[in-house]
Design a protein around this ligand. Structure first.
Ligand code: AMP
Ligand code: ZN
Length: 274
């Protein structure tokens, strides 16, 4: 089987096995401009799903401008409706300012702050625009890193928040997130995108400094694709058991009213909103 058929088969099987979406769902694809989310949108569209895209412009200078330009070009070419959320316009500051405010109080890495804020925006926008699901471009390498990271932190329970679809109890303010590329190797994504000549912005985020994850990523670079797939087979075997340890109910943040598993949501905690 060729690469294109292999990747398409893996994505179709993930969608079917985990029932992550159906043709009636309105799906909002979180489009960064990078290869993973671009391929997610390309394949969901190719398979006949009802998708639109949302790009968050983080205000990181040239990098953000190029990401937005690239994703606009891709969306036009494939006739995907694209929403753009500009952090500077909507929240009043660029991501670097928001982040340095947090880091002046707490020792947290760049990606954590950005990730929490992006997730919060995605959920709010998807809900406002009445989407049923949010799709992200997380791939097998990302998930293997997260799984190992949680094991190294002696917190495998944290992997309860992983999986091809979020498994929280239904909550009217929470839009479920899906990961169609959950079982696709990063290398195969690279190969597919190249073969189909999809428009992507191939540079990493200039702020992507997360030393622990980088150590794990470097370690996994020495590991074969087959071994990474085996790591995720372990995840599959443990996932249902890990899920049983998690309280899947969500309530609402006492400050902002957004869905949260704790009294105060991660975003309000980080931003110290009172
Ligand atoms: P990251 O957290 O950067 O590894 O990205 C994980 C996923 O989040 C990507 O595959 C995208 O689906 C989504 N994402 C990341 N950055 C953005 C962005 N600026 N705008 C929209 N979605 C994004
Ligand atoms: Zn909150």
């Amino acid at each position: 089987m060729g690469l294109v058929q292999k990747v398409e088969k893996q994505v179709k099987e993930t969608i079917k096995k985990y029932k992550i979406c159906n043709k009636k769902d309105k799906i909002l694809v979180a489009l960064s401009g990078g290869k993973d989310s671009t391929l997610t949108a390309y394949l969901l569209k190719k398979f006949g799903y009802n998708i639109s895209g949302l790009h968050i412009n983080l205000g990181l200078g040239k990098y953000s401008e190029e990401c937005e330009k690239t994703i606009k070009g891709f969306s036009e070419e494939y006739k995907i409706k694209l929403y753009v959320y500009n952090i500077k316009k909507e929240m009043g500051s660029r991501m670097c300012y928001i982040r340095s405010g947090v880091q002046s109080r707490e020792k947290v890495n760049n990606c954590l702050v950005c990730g929490v804020i992006k997730k919060s925006i995605l959920n709010k926008e998807a809900r406002r625009l009445k989407f049923d699901k949010i799709a992200t471009g997380h791939n097998l390498d990302d998930e293997a890193q997260t799984f190992l990271l949680n094991i190294f932190k002696a917190s495998p329970k944290l992997s309860a928040n992983s999986g091809p679809i979020t498994r929280n109890a239904p909550n009217k303010k929470f839009v479920p997130r899906i990961k169609p590329l959950f079982y696709v190797l990063e290398n195969d994504i690279r190969g597919y995108v190249k073969k189909k000549n999809l428009k992507i912005y191939p540079h990493a985020c200039p702020c992507g400094i997360n030393s622990y994850r980088i150590q794990i990523r470097n370690f996994l670079e020495k590991v074969s694709g087959k071994d990474k797939e085996r790591i995720m087979k372990n995840f599959d075997k443990l996932y249902e058991r890990i899920l049983k340890t998690k309280d899947s109910r969500m309530s609402y943040c006492e400050i902002c009213g957004e869905p949260s598993r704790n009294k105060i949501c991660k975003k309000c905690k980080l931003l110290k909103i009172k």
